[in-house]
Ligand binder design. Structure first.
Ligand SMILES: Cc1cc2nc3c(=O)[nH]c(=O)nc-3n(C[C@H](O)[C@H](O)[C@H](O)COP(=O)(O)O)c2cc1C
Length: 138
């Protein structure tokens, strides 16, 4: 079984494309070594990430993620055992998080809004993901 987590966090400062690319490059090195795959979406000052792989490796990576000062207010939205990966072959795809599409951003931290939010993000992302996969795989 594959463990899959999703979280949302607030960026500590506005990230430009270069900072984001640097962050993703660092993360991909870890992910490759730990058989992790996933997606990182950034927009409007928020990160949304899905990370998947062997249970203990996901746990170790999430520990490192939580200690990273580039973001704060990390909210674990989902922590599931899944039969297969959603982002197979992607060490960390990058996508744009369109905060405007969501309900008010502050509602992201409202527990009742979480299941809807996670499914909205997951359904929103595949087209973007394919695009970024091409870039990331280059
Ligand atoms: C938004 C965000 C996403 C991250 N994603 C990952 C990830 O997918 N995998 C991972 O191992 N670390 C991830 N990290 C953590 C950083 O890669 C890690 O903190 C950085 O490489 C420094 O690690 P070190 O201080 O343990 O050397 C993420 C950090 C942030 C802020």
């Amino acid at each position: 079984m594959i463990r899959q987590i999703c979280y949302l966090s607030a960026a500590s400062e506005t990230m430009d494309a270069l900072q984001l690319a640097h962050l993703a490059e660092q993360a991909r090195r870890f992910n490759a070594a730990m058989q992790l795959t996933g997606l990182l979406a950034y927009g409007g000052g928020y990160f949304f990430q899905t990370l998947e792989g062997p249970r203990d490796n996901v746990c170790a990576a999430f520990g490192r993620i939580c200690r990273d000062r580039r973001h704060h207010d990390i909210r674990l939205l989902q922590d599931d055992e899944v039969a297969s990966r959603d982002f197979a072959g992607m060490r960390l795809a990058l996508a744009e998080l369109d905060v405007a599409r969501l309900a008010a951003p502050e509602r992201m931290f409202d527990a009742r809004a979480i299941p809807m939010l996670v499914s909205a993000l997951k359904h929103d992302l595949p087209a973007e993901t394919r695009l970024h996969r091409v870039i990331a795989a280059a």
